[in-house]
Design a protein around this ligand. Structure first.
Ligand code: PDD
Length: 284
C-alpha cells in the first residue's frame, strides 16, 4: 500500500516525493535523523526525540523548519494519514540543495522529510528468544552523539553479523563496548547491577536508554554508567540492547559465547515489561 509522506511542507504520495541529486544529504550525508516509535497510534517518548533532534541540528549549525507544537502536529498527522497502529516515524533533515562544495553553505534551505513504516514493536519474537551479536571494531567517526545519516558502517556491520549467522554487532573501541550497530548496549552483572556506557561523544544519547535507566532506578535496580569491556560483557549474567524500535531487546550470545543460561534474563525481561507498560501510559 502506498504511503503518504511529508516533504518540505507538502503531503505527497510516496511515489511523488522527489529530492534533488544535489541535496547535501545525498552527496555528503550532511543530514540528521530521528526515529520515533508508534504504538496504538500514539508516539512513544516523543519529547525526548524532539529534544535530541534539536540538539543534533544545533551541533551541526542547522535549524529545524518546524518546532514545538507544529512539529508534534506533523508527527500526529503522518500517523493519522497512514493509519499507523504500530510502527515508526522516520524524520530526516538535510542541509538542503547546493552545488557540490565541501564548504557548508551560509544560508542553507533544509530538506525536511518524513515517512512511516509499520512494524510489530510489541509482539517482537526476538524479545522472547533474545538475539545473538558479534563484536566488530567501531570504525565510525567520533561524534556519534549526533544522530547523523552516516550509516554506512553500521549497515556494513549488521550485514557482517547476518552473514555470520548472528543478528547484530556490538562495536568495540580500545577493548571497550561503545554500542550496538543501531542501539545502546547494556549488561547486567551477576549481582544484578545494570551497567551501561556513560554519555560522551562516542555514543548516541539513546532516548530509550534514558527512559530505561530511570525505570530501572525506580525499580530499585542499581545502575552504573561507565565503560565496560567485551570480556566483562561475555562474563555478565545478562545483556540487552535498547532502541526506539526494539525497546528492551535481550542479547543472549556474544561471539558464539552464551550469556547467562542463553535465554533472556529476569532483569532484562522485567525492564522490557516495565518499559512497555510505562511508555504506553505516557504515549501521546
Ligand atoms: N537507532 N545508538 C545508535 C547508534 C542508534 O542508531 C540508536 C537508534 C540508538 C538508540 O537510540 P534510541 O533509544 O533513541 O532509539 C543507539 C535507530 C532506532 C535507527 O537508526 O533506526
Amino acid at each position: 500500500m502506498s504511503r503518504t509522506v511529508y516533504l518540505n511542507g507538502e503531503w505527497l504520495d510516496e511515489a511523488d516525493a522527489k529530492i534533488s541529486i544535489f541535496d547535501r544529504g545525498y552527496t555528503f550525508a550532511d543530514a540528521i535523523y530521528e526515529v520515533t516509535a508508534v504504538v496504538g497510534g500514539k508516539l512513544i517518548d516523543y519529547h525526548g526525540h524532539a529534544a535530541r533532534l534539536q540538539r543534533s541540528l544545533g551541533e551541526l549549525g542547522m535549524k529545524c523548519p518546524y518546532e514545538g507544537e507544529d512539529l508534534l502536529a506533523i508527527h500526529r498527522e503522518i500517523v493519522a494519514r497512514n493509519n499507523i497502529e504500530e510502527g515508526m516515524i522516520y524524520l530526516q533533515i538535510s542541509r538542503g540543495v547546493d552545488d557540490r562544495d565541501f564548504i557548508m553553505p551560509d544560508k542553507p534551505v533544509p530538506t525536511f522529510s518524513m515517512f512511516t513504516q509499520t512494524k510489530k514493536v510489541l509482539e517482537n519474537p526476538y524479545a522472547k528468544s533474545g538475539i545473538s551479536v558479534i563484536s566488530l571494531p567501531d570504525w565510525r567517526w567520533e561524534r556519534r552523539d549526533i544522530k547523523t545519516v552516516q550509516l554506512l558502517y553500521p549497515t556494513w556491520a549488521k550485514t557482517q553479523a547476518h552473514q555470520q549467522g548472528a543478528d547484530d554487532a556490538w562495536l568495540i573501541e580500545e577493548g571497550l563496548v561503545t554500542e550496538a550497530s543501531s542501539a545502546t548496549a547494556h549488561i547486567v552483572k551477576k549481582d544484578g547491577t545494570l551497567v551501561t556506557r556513560d554519555l560522551s561523544h562516542v555514543i548516541l544519547p539513546g532516548i530509550t536508554r534514558a527512559s530505561t535507566l530511570d525505570l530501572a532506578r525506580e525499580a530499585g535496580i542499581k545502575v552504573e554508567e561507565r565503560p565496560f569491556t567485551l570480556d566483562e560483557a561475555k562474563q555478565a549474567a545478562e545483556a540487552f540492547n535498547t532502541s526506539a524500535t526494539n525497546f528492551v531487546l535481550p542479547v543472549v550470545n556474544i561471539d558464539g559465547e552464551q550469556i547467562g543460561d542463553g535465554t533472556p534474563g529476569p532483569i532484562t525481561r522485567k525492564l522490557r515489561e516495565i518499559y512497555v507498560k510505562s511508555r504506553l501510559a505516557t504515549a501521546i
